[in-house]
Design a protein around this ligand. Structure first.
Ligand code: TXA
Ligand code: MG
Length: 351
């Protein structure tokens, strides 16, 4: 299969191109598209055969459910068995946006989409290209991140092609995605609501909008169906080389780097390095490293935007290990921390 690449303006995509991509979706094909978080791999959510293709091309286990994308909050009424008041509060203030809500599903949503769970995850993205595509298709679109299962999510069309070229019908290339980590997944079937995956909308914002406490499930869980959200397994988002995490300060990084280079004389260490931290590293250590300039420490939005790009870039530099400082669990730092812990298959930073 030849994968078509359509270059589009991120703000005002060509309607002819959008119609062509939407027609492929409606005919049962697979189209990757940008959202404000990461690129998604879309299929008509009501077409079970099309949905099954997503699992095949991503090599994703069937028990890991997909998010259904909608172009208006009202579309949720056709997919959910009932919508709690909290859904409408979130819809009014945070949709469209980087938020996914889990609610009870109607029987019309195929089991292939939800991994046979009684619930469905719904999201209205804000990216103009995603909204134009959803509008033109006129159907709910099931879309996981457009990477092979377990790999870092794609924040550029090039990342989608690196994982899925020749396996999907096309990709709408609108350049890098503005948020860079996936949506926050919040389960509204529990009291209080539970964040199953921290993401683009912070816990603090959710609590302010809902006026209630919101719980977070952060501990990495084991593979399999017993997890509150089946996809939140420990090892995820991982590049092909091991990732090691250190405390979020230059001294912690220097100490760990020294130890690593002593242990692995032939090793080449890749660093997700906050801007200006290079000056703290002794020159002898610097020579044996490869740096990705990650962004300003403390600017969690910038670090989120560049995280997956950095992991994929360092992997391509043929480093033997990737070292990264771990942000604190505040604001968007929580999402960055979650993705790094999963990439490392760790539950906490190396001391
Ligand atoms: O930002 C995003 O959410 C991106 C863009 C493309 O929208 N999508 C995305 O999809 O990250 P995916 O499949 O990579 O991650 C969806 C997560 C999975 O971990 C899955 O387990 C969880 O959402 N999920 C989906 N349906 C669920 C449900 N009914 N109950 C609990 N968790 C669910
Ligand atoms: Mg994913």
């Amino acid at each position: 299969m030849v994968t078509k690449v359509w270059r589009v303006d991120p703000e005002a995509p060509d309607p002819c191109v959008i119609r062509e991509a939407a027609a492929i979706l409606c005919a049962g094909g697979l189209v990757a598209f940008p959202t404000e978080t990461v690129y998604g791999l879309g299929a008509n959510a009501l077409d079970e055969t099309a949905v099954r293709k997503i699992f095949v091309v991503k090599e994703r286990p069937l028990w890991d459910p997909l998010i259904v994308h909608i172009s208006r909050p009202e579309m949720a009424e056709r997919l959910a068995a009932s919508l709690p008041e909290a859904f409408w509060q979130l819809a009014e203030q945070l949709m469209p946006g980087p938020l996914t809500v889990v609610v009870r599903k109607r029987p019309t949503v195929p089991d292939a989409v939800t991994g046979s769970l009684p619930t469905v995850a719904l999201r209205m993205p804000s990216h103009p290209v995603a909204l134009a595509l959803l509008d033109a298709a006129g159907v709910p679109v099931a879309a996981p991140s457009a990477n092979r299962f377990g790999r870092p999510s794609p924040t550029r069309a090039e990342h989608v092609l690196a994982d899925l070229n020749g396996r999907i019908d096309g990709v709408l290339d609108a350049g890098p995605t503005p948020i860079g980590v996936e949506s926050t997944v919040v389960d509204l079937t529990t009291t209080p609501p539970t964040i199953l995956r921290p993401g683009g909308v912070t816990k603090e914002t959710l609590e302010a909008v809902l006026g209630t406490e919101v719980r977070v499930v952060t501990a990495p869980v084991k593979e399999g169906q017993s997890a509150p959200s089946p996809g939140m397994t420990a090892k995820h988002y991982a590049p092909a080389v091991p990732v090691l995490l250190v405390a979020g300060n230059p001294q912690g990084l220097t100490d760990c780097l020294q130890r690593l280079l002593d242990e692995q004389p032939q090793g080449r260490v890749g660093l997700l390095l906050p801007s200006h931290w290079a000056s703290y590293l002794p020159p002898a250590l610097r020579e044996r490293c490869c740096f990705f300039d990650w962004g300003a420490w403390g600017d969690w939005a910038e670090l989120a935007r560049r995280l997956f790009e950095g992991l994929r870039w360092l992997e391509r530099q043929r480093v033997t290990v990737i070292l990264a400082p771990l942000p604190p669990p505040e604001g968007l730092g929580l999402a960055v921390r979650d993705r790094l812990l999963k990439a490392a298959g760790q539950s906490d930073a190396v001391k």
